[in-house]
Ligand binder design. Structure first.
Ligand SMILES: Cc1ncc(COP(=O)(O)O)c(C=O)c1O
Length: 492
């Protein structure tokens, strides 16, 4: 249906409602008054096409002459104009009458949780840019194949999928996901333990809603992932930043007097943004610590598929039979972030409650998309895409390194880049970081300063340089710019 036809129907429906109300006037008067009022107050704008008299008389169940009489009056008063053979349009009026005295707007007072959230929102990067961290190669995604699959799954969508859902996701998707997680990530799971969410972000939110109260204490990696941080801060949790060393979050560096954490958030496969992998002894120490403190560990396994030299490390969740680990995964990196699909793998003891709360709070759905994804995984497209992206990202990383080589010879330190979708460039000082970010802004580039990823304490200066989402040419060009900017700052 064209937009014009839809608008005609809305006008006719609104008139039908008015006709039922204004019973004292004749039908012609009612029609005339309603349309005049809407035109004078701007609800019908100059140039809007009115429904034809035939259409209106049919929709309203009144004679066409009645409609024409009302329209003639509006035409005579200059509120409508007739275009030969094209119907009646709202005329351009010199002034639009104000609808009513404009009351002063309600003063906005954000909740303290809202204020915290908005403060964090300030660091949200706007738009796609050359070094955007965490953005996959949208240009290499098999869009046509995916769209064909989506079309087919929408076409054959079951009627039941149109209803409210309470099962924590489409069973077919949970089944293939379970196989994938067991084989590729050594996650101990059964489909019943999985809850499909709108990305990792919603999974974090659900965890805070169900397992924490306002003011509860939690541990967060320092530096750490801003998205998760936003969620925990918005939930009013008291976050203890625990320093990350070369083995990831180090429980022994937590402040001695900090209360036992209700939650511990970690990215053990590939710490975000530092990039280190947590070795097994540290994982066991963390599990041990969590079990003594009565803490749930959130394992955010966001990009472990992208390892370039070594096989992926098995998940933390799979290390022990009865663990307090809640495994969170996302399709934002392996496919694309706009898909908004992620998942939780929950201990048996939590699974049913999470499904219930998810259905209550978020209303799950979009089963045709989940069904298309299940087929994408089952037919091997998913693993083929991951393996193609692995070689593309290796190549893209090499381009960035090549472009930054002159700066590296003069002291810029780059992370090893064995995994993931970004490189970390370590800088000498906070001033250097600030100067580079400022000069990038002035040149129309965006850099993500490492200091932004710290909650408090000693911030290490650096840059988080995403490379997965940019083409090789873009990386060479922006990388050369960064290298030159670094050299000119060093030389001054
Ligand atoms: C550490 C980390 N976890 C998870 C995510 C994915 O979040 P989502 O699934 O909400 O897109 C990201 C995305 O940038 C991330 O960097």
């Amino acid at each position: 249906m064209k937009q014009r036809d839809a608008a005609s129907d809305w006008i006719a429906e609104a008139l039908a409602l008015r006709l039922k109300v204004d019973k004292k006037l004749t039908l012609v008067q009612q029609l005339y008054c309603a349309l005049k009022e809407w035109i004078q107050h701007g609800e019908l704008a100059a140039g809007d096409l009115l429904p034809s008299s035939r259409h209106l008389s049919g929709m309203l169940g009144i004679s066409r002459n009645t409609v024409l009489a009302a329209m003639d009056r509006l035409l005579a008063e200059g509120l409508l104009s007739a275009h030969q053979g094209a119907g009646l349009y709202v005329a351009r009026l010199p002034t639009i009458l104000p609808r009513a005295e404009i009351a002063s707007p309600l003063p906005v007072r954000y909740s303290s949780r809202g204020q915290r959230l908005l403060k964090l929102g300030e660091t949200l990067s706007n738009g796609h840019h050359a070094f955007a961290p965490g953005v996959p190669a949208l240009d290499l995604f098999p869009r046509e194949q995916w769209q064909r699959l989506l079309r087919r799954h929408y076409h054959h969508a079951e009627m039941g999928w149109m209803d409210y859902q309470t099962g924590g996701g489409l069973p077919e998707l949970k089944a293939v996901l379970c196989d994938y997680l067991r084989l590729s990530r050594a996650v101990r799971c059964q489909p019943e333990q999985i809850v499909i969410t709108q990305g990792a972000q919603q999974a974090f939110e659900l965890i805070t809603q169900l397992l924490t109260d306002h003011g509860d204490s939690m541990w967060m990696e320092e530096p750490g992932y801003g998205g998760a941080q936003a969620c925990f801060l918005a939930a009013g949790l008291s976050i203890t930043p625990v320093p990350v060393d070369e083995q990831g979050l180090n429980p022994s560096l937590a402040p001695a007097n900090s209360p036992p954490p209700r939650l511990i958030y970690v990215t053990p496969s590939h710490q975000y943004p530092i990039g280190v992998t947590m070795p097994t002894p540290r994982r066991l120490a963390l599990l041990d610590h969590a079990s003594h403190a009565g803490s749930w560990i959130i394992e955010d396994d966001y990009d472990s598929e992208f390892r370039y030299d070594t096989p992926p490390t098995p998940s933390l969740q799979g290390l022990a039979a009865q663990t307090s680990v809640i495994y969170v995964g996302t399709f934002s990196k392996v496919l694309y972030p706009g898909l908004r699909l992620g998942y939780l793998v929950l201990p048996d003891t939590l699974a049913e409650a999470f499904k219930l709360a998810h259905a209550r709070l978020h209303r799950e759905g979009n089963y045709p998309v989940q069904s298309a994804l299940a087929e994408f995984i089952a037919n091997g497209h998913f693993s083929r895409h991951i393996s193609r992206m692995r070689s593309a990202y290796r190549q893209r990383q090499a381009c960035l390194r090549q472009a930054l080589a002159p700066a590296v010879t003069k002291g810029l330190k780059l992370s090893e880049g064995h995994a993931g979708m970004h490189l970390l460039a370590t800088l000498q000082s906070a001033e250097e970081e600030a100067l580079l970010v400022k000069s990038a802004n002035e040149s129309g580039l965006t850099l993500s300063p490492l200091s932004r990823y710290y909650l408090s304490g000693k911030k290490h200066p650096g840059l988080v340089l995403g490379y997965a989402g940019s083409t090789e040419d873009q990386l060479l060009e922006s990388g050369r710019w960064l290298s030159d900017a670094y050299l000119s700052i060093r030389n001054n």
